[in-house]
Design a protein around this ligand. Structure first.
Ligand code: ZN
Length: 160
């Protein structure tokens, strides 16, 4: 606790030099992103699980996760790190959309995602299949999308 207080005092009141040094140290470094937060959560969950099962392998995995977290945070290769972040977000999006698809499924409509703001848009089934232009109601972005389902046309014949 006292150690923490000393550290706190240094950062907040005291040594401007140290603060400057810390700022300089972090200046060209990547820092924290969504992938970092995911790893942090994963690490936290594993620690709690490990309290109960006390596994050596899990401890090693925890250490690897922490190593990756620190490596990425202090990395100067921002381009590579942001590519990792993008890949992570894409995987996360895909997993999310699997669950969403089932939720939204219905036979009367098709569901498309706005290419700009990623909103799910519900459209009535068109009379023909092929490329359609869709205007997003949220951001007014106009985009082309491939529709592979169409309205069933039923012929109703009058008797007589
Ligand atoms: Zn949109």
């Amino acid at each position: 606790m006292t150690k923490f207080l000393i550290f706190y005092n240094i950062i907040n009141k005291g040594d401007e030099k140290l603060r400057q040094r810390l700022a300089n140290f972090m200046k060209d470094r990547y820092g924290i992103d969504h992938l970092y937060m995911f790893l942090f959560t994963l690490y936290f969950i594993l620690i709690i699980i490990n309290i109960f099962i006390n596994s050596f392998i899990l401890t090693v995995i925890e250490l690897i996760i922490v190593a990756i977290m620190f490596y990425r945070m202090f990395s100067k290769n921002k381009y590579k790190r942001s590519r990792e972040e993008k890949a992570y977000l894409k995987i996360k999006d895909n997993i999310k959309s699997i669950f969403k698809k089932n939720k939204y499924k219905d036979k009367e409509h098709i569901y498309k995602r706005c290419s700009k703001c990623k909103t799910n848009i519900r459209l009535p089934l068109p009379s023909s299949i092929g490329f359609k232009y869709v205007t997003c109601p949220k951001c007014k972005n106009k985009f082309k999308t491939l529709v592979l389902r169409k309205q069933k046309v039923e012929l109703i014949r009058k008797k007589g």
